[in-house]
Design a protein around this ligand. Structure first.
Ligand SMILES: *Cc1c(COP(=O)(O)O)cnc(C)c1O
Length: 448
């Protein structure tokens, strides 16, 4: 008997979802999520209240963050990125793909978030701060009404040094958690998967973080980290496949973006739909952001996730309804991609269930295209990003160029509103990449 994926054989899955043929052949697809707008099948573990709590917590920490990371001064201690108009990149996309893109193209520049240079600075740092606050309050060292700048005192560093924070990561989450944890004084352990880049390990060691190299993929690194942490009751494990704190940290971006839109005079409503394109790994980052955006913009925001053709774990989790119980390997895919943060075989258990009904669809993209887009962005706007972070740019192209995309526009009655639309591409990492590696990415792109 053929082995089953959930309650069906592979063949049965393909018969009921013919798009799987293309996905298994590693062709680029735009898959529309049939559950969009439906009521969630499970009661959501995250509420608006959780996000408001997180917003307040980040405000409490702002004086501390501003003290220890002076680069956050322009944001008064909040960890935030710019929202940038990118008309030249729009021109590049239209010319290269021979596809006009009605509406305005903007970029949310998380590649240049302070402290750790990737989207993970939102969730990862938030969870570390949350752990620190809870410990300090529990031990009577801190009250919520204090000026948190006191956390920079040596006495706090000494206190936190008795505790460990650990995480399993392909790299960027490790950087965020490691840098923040070490700054507060925690003993910090990062379990890195085999594919994690050497420069990330070196940088973390320089900051005093213990890096454990693990000879397996991302899921196995997380598993190993989780196991080791469970043996130590003074160790908090940041679980990328299961963490509500990470998720709400990402979700705080909703209100921030609302303010940035207002500053640029951009409105989002019936006549001005907002399309957002997010690179997706386990789905925690893009999932949290989706939750945050839906909270603010409701049905006027349309969110698409973008994954590598070799690792579409979130797409497969949603399509099968099996979420984290399905691996890309079950569908014969190998999880091999140059997109570090997206080289993930299995999605977050948490994210799929929390936002499976909020995502409009998922796209897949070939690695070659990532490099082409990375180069296009550098050449047109002068902004460097890492390969993963370029994934979202394929979104607006495919929305208009594929049958599925056009169907989405039609079914949501958006046709007459496209000129008033805003397309927001979330660039998720890259500012910490060392120059020689950045140049190597660029040279690789020249051959594409
Ligand atoms: C982690 C990461 C993502 C995706 O976030 P997930 O929570 O894993 O879905 C996207 N881009 C970059 C650069 C990342 O590091």
């Amino acid at each position: 008997m053929a082995s089953k994926i959930g309650d069906k054989t592979l063949e049965q899955w393909v018969v009921s979802n013919p798009i799987l043929k293309k996905i298994m052949a590693k062709e680029e697809v735009l898959w529309l999520n049939p559950k969009t707008g439906h009521r969630p099948s499970v009661h959501s573990a995250v509420t608006s209240n959780d996000v408001e709590e997180a917003e307040k917590r980040l405000q409490r920490f702002a004086p501390y963050i501003e003290t220890v990371f002076p680069e956050t001064r322009p944001w008064h201690g909040l960890i935030e990125s710019r929202l940038v108009d990118i008309p030249k990149m729009k021109g590049f996309l239209e010319k290269t793909w021979q596809q006009s893109i009605p509406g305005r193209l903007l970029m949310k520049n998380d590649s240049h978030l302070p402290i750790s240079g990737s989207i993970k600075a939102r969730g990862g740092i938030y969870e570390v701060l949350n752990v620190a606050e809870q410990l300090a309050i529990r031990y009577g060292l801190l009250e919520k009404t204090d000026n948190y700048a006191i956390l920079a005192d040596e006495s706090f560093r000494e206190f936190f040094s008795k505790f460990t924070i650990s995480v399993g990561s392909t790299g960027n989450l490790g950087l965020s958690v490691g840098i923040m944890g070490a700054k507060l004084g925690f003993r910090t352990v990062v379990h890195m998967s085999k594919d994690a880049k050497t420069w990330k390990k070196d940088l973390l060691r320089e900051k005093g973080v213990e890096v454990r190299e693990f000879d397996g993929d991302y899921s196995l690194a997380v598993k190993e980290g989780r196991r080791m942490a469970s043996l130590d009751d003074k160790c908090h494990f940041i679980d990328d496949e299961n963490s509500k704190d990470l998720f709400v940290g990402y979700a705080t971006s909703g209100n921030r973006l609302k303010q940035q839109f207002a500053d640029l005079g951009i409105v989002v409503n019936e006549g001005h739909p907002l399309f957002v394109y997010l690179p997706c790994g386990v789905g925690g980052g893009p999932g949290g952001i989706t939750f945050g955006l839906k909270r603010i913009f409701g049905r006027h925001v349309h969110v698409f996730f973008v994954e590598p053709t070799h690792a579409p774990c979130f797409l497969l989790g949603l399509l099968t309804g099996l979420y984290h119980q399905v691996s890309v390997m079950d569908f014969g895919l190998d999880n091999q991609t140059d997109a570090d943060g997206l080289a993930v075989p299995r999605s977050s258990a948490f994210a799929g269930e929390a936002i499976g009904h909020l995502v409009s669809g998922c796209l897949t993209i070939e690695d070659d295209q990532l490099f082409r887009l990375l180069k296009g962005l550098k050449d047109s706007e002068g902004i460097p990003v890492e390969p993963s972070a370029a994934a979202g740019f394929i979104g607006p192209v495919k929305l208009f160029q594929t049958e599925e995309g056009r169907r989405y526009i039609k079914e949501h009655n958006l046709t007459q509103h496209l000129d008033g639309a805003t397309h927001l591409v979330w660039t998720t990492g890259g500012s910490m990449v060392p120059d020689p590696i950045r140049e190597a990415y660029y040279r690789k792109a020249e051959g594409k």
